[in-house]
Design a binder for this molecule. Structure first.
Ligand code: FES
Ligand SMILES: [Fe+2]
Length: 362
């Protein structure tokens, strides 16, 4: 019995995969990523590896977030292992002192401190619960964090969280872009059996990849049925996953009762910001901000939804860690077959590969 594809099918699949980003592809540095939750950064030194670079974060006395390369220019001791004195860092090895701009301002073993020495200071923006960092070389980035084009946080109720993921960020984007997996990975949480077979549409343009799935009629799982009050089997669940940038993926879902006439339908919308920041090729900082436009200022609902959602997102983390274990062992015979619902993610991965190549060339 023949179960393995022919050599021809395998070589076409491998040729396509060669154009797509995977766990070995370089990172896209010329972009904004979430470095930390705002609540994590205070008056102590926070060390974090982002896109393979060690960064130290802290707040000045005035509350401004500072992000510097976490390596003393003297003998490479991590600055995060030093001390924060007022707005300066004193290296814990031989006492070099750095100002909030990253400039070296004092060498204790000599009177004179040469000018023009220091460490790179990264541009940062604090937006709601997120600290964004620009990882490109330029000290003045050409763009702003993509979040502001996606939503105005002040109009939404939100809660945020962080999950460490022992897996590559490309797989996380791919997971988010095709929610077919809700019927399987999330069968016991917020998935329903009809999800995988629901009709979908795709939208593809350079740098923006989306898949919209319409699950109508359906029964909502408790995480949505309780806060919306839609408990009938005539619910509509319309979900759009959009890759916005290497550091931002938005999933928007609208719910309403499809049994009601159009004009009587109350629509409830959630937008989840999935914020993957590569730590290394094997690990990702997975930040999440979950926003809703209903039950505003209802903290009980916030807690209920947050707990349910984060236990579902942990299912993704577990699945992606299992997947990573397989991908790590890929050999020369490795191939994968893509299907119609993979189109946005295939194009997204090609885009990431092009961007990674462009970064390397500059
Ligand atoms: S390594 Fe920092 S002062 Fe020597
Ligand atoms: Fe998922």
């Amino acid at each position: 019995m023949m179960t393995k594809p022919t050599e021809g099918v395998i070589s076409v699949a491998q040729a396509n995969a060669a154009k797509m980003a995977d766990r070995n592809t370089s990172f896209v540095f010329d972009e904004w990523y979430v470095a930390a939750l705002a609540s994590e950064v205070g008056r102590s030194l926070l060390s974090r590896t982002l896109l393979g670079r060690r960064i130290v974060l802290y707040r000045t006395q005035a509350g401004t977030v500072v992000a510097l390369d976490d390596r003393c220019i003297h003998r490479s001791y991590p600055l995060s292992a030093g001390t924060l004195e007022n707005d300066t860092i004193v290296c814990g090895y031989h006492g070099f002192r750095y100002g909030a701009e990253g400039d070296l301002v004092e060498i204790p073993s000599q009177d004179r401190c040469p000018r023009g020495l220091g460490v790179h200071r990264y541009p940062v923006r604090e937006i709601g619960p997120m600290i964004w960092i620009y990882m490109g070389e330029a000290s003045a980035p050409r763009t702003e964090p993509p979040i502001e084009a996606v939503l105005n946080l002040s109009k939404w109720e939100y809660s945020e969280g962080y999950l460490p993921l022992r897996g590559n960020y490309v797989s996380l984007h791919e997971n988010l872009l095709d929610l077919t997996h809700l019927s399987y990975i999330h069968a016991k949480s917020f998935g329903t059996p009809d999800y995988a077979r629901a009709p979908f549409e795709v939208e593809i343009e350079e740098g923006c990849y989306a898949l919209k799935r319409s699950v109508v009629p359906t029964t909502l799982p408790p995480v949505w049925a309780v806060p919306t009050g839609i408990s009938s089997p005539s619910a509509a669940r319309i979900a759009t996953s959009t890759f916005v940038s290497p550091g931002l993926h938005v999933v928007e879902v609208t719910f309403y009762d499809s049994a009601l006439p159009e004009e009587e339908r109350t629509r409830f919308t959630i937008r989840t910001l999935h914020l993957p920041t590569p730590e290394s090729h094997d690990s990702t900082h997975y930040f999440i901000v979950h926003c809703r436009d209903f039950a505003l200022e209802n903290q009980e609902i916030t807690k209920f939804m947050h707990d349910q959602l984060f236990s579902a997102f942990r299912e993704d983390v577990e699945a992606l860690e299992l997947l990573e274990g397989v991908l790590r062992c890929a050999d020369a015979d490795f191939f994968e077959i893509s299907i119609a619902s993979d189109r946005p993610s295939v194009e997204m991965r090609k885009y990431l590969k092009r961007r990674a190549g462009a970064t390397l060339g500059t």
